[in-house]
Design a protein around this ligand. Sequence first.
Ligand SMILES: NC(=O)c1ccc[n+]([C@@H]2O[C@H](COP(=O)([O-])OP(=O)(O)OC[C@H]3O[C@@H](n4cnc5c(N)ncnc54)[C@H](OP(=O)(O)O)[C@@H]3O)[C@@H](O)[C@H]2O)c1
Length: 416
Amino acid sequence: MATIRVLSRSPTVAAASSLIRPGQRCCARATSGSAPLLLPRVSVRRKSGPYGYTQAKSLVFSQYGEPEKVLKLHTHSISPSLPPSSVLLRTLAAPINPADVNTIQGTYGVKPTFSPLIGTSEPSVIPGNEGVFEVVNPGSSSSTLSKGDWVIPAKTGFGTWRTHAVAPSPSSLIKLDRAGLTPLQAATVSVNPSSAYRMLRDYAADPPLREGDWFIQNGANSGVGRSAIQLARLWGYRSINVIRARSTAAATEALRAELAALGATRVVTEDELQSRAFRADLAAWTRDAGAPRLGLNCVGGASARALAKALAPGGTLVTYGGMSRQPVALPTGLLIFKDLRLRGFWLSRWADAQPDDKARTVAEILDLVRAGKLTDVPVVEVPWEWDTEEGVLREAVQGTLEGFRQGKGVFVFKDT
Ligand SMILES: NC(=O)c1ccc[n+]([C@@H]2O[C@H](COP(=O)([O-])OP(=O)(O)OC[C@H]3O[C@@H](n4cnc5c(N)ncnc54)[C@H](OP(=O)(O)O)[C@@H]3O)[C@@H](O)[C@H]2O)c1
């Protein structure tokens, strides 16, 4: 899959709001999870400051709004004398997920905590829930980590859109076996593939999905959808995959072919799903094993309704996204006569409650990646270099919720 790269327009100066000016008072604060650290401010912007200080940059927001309006690039220093339990990290790659944008807009289900921990003039949040870091300083000698290890945050809300981070302890991180992985693969493992994995495994009830069973999903070309297709192929499940038609018939066929190559059993457009002919097609395809018992809903609205209609009696519709911004409204009869189960999936709830399960799921998925059984999702690489302009980073975030994208934006940190 081709990787597209967004190029910075010119090396430039960071935004005025993020500059640490000469003559300012001599202390800023660096984040270490809960404990603020007092750090000297410095007037020059460079990666390794004097006396072992690490120069770092973070995207931050101090009020909710559109990313292009509220995101700022903030420069700060990290002290070399960190608490012994903490771990100094350098970011390698961090995706820009739809939920990150909803968080910045203030429309996400949970609200972040605004704090002045990295010396911003107003209480702020560092966005980004997913990403991979390299350990620069593992902390005390009893640390379970070593310099050069790759780690991901154990829980959500870590704030990954930054060049460096200080984790409060090794236990706040999950160590990855980095052998054979690219930073992009490691950075994108914990949200989309893990969501697809858990929904396919945990949500079809009485009994769980078995080899040969069908499931149906919309948003099938999304990161989650592509992972679900590939995991289903590996586990022997058959999939009906709903996509939106592209601007030309040829482009629609190309997308169908792409998903079929990943292992999709059937690919239909939204129009086909909602046509009269679909009912007969569905019956013919699923004659031997029965109608799908599981539906994965990324979209909502009419698409979710059509998925629900395709389910077998007693089937489960799991809603994990709302890309159409339309509510999930179902005909009463689907509940009374088909006794459908409506569930919601939220990865954070699962991962934060069971970090060990998260670590196991991630490790299993990465084994599949190494074995070439899970291919990379299409991404738009956004190089983040020391001099990358604030505007370039903001623009990369802004388009995330638009449809018909070429790939998921991922910040790839270079020379920071
Ligand atoms: N609940 C959870 O724990 C959880 C975990 C992971 C992801 N998610 C959610 O899952 C969704 C997909 O995430 P992702 O990272 O996989 O996204 P992604 O790779 O960026 O894919 C976005 C998907 O949404 C579709 N889409 C965009 N706008 C749409 C619209 N107006 N109507 C219908 N479909 C539209 C796109 O189809 P086109 O190509 O046709 O535009 C594409 O299939 C997001 O809502 C995300 O928040 C939730």
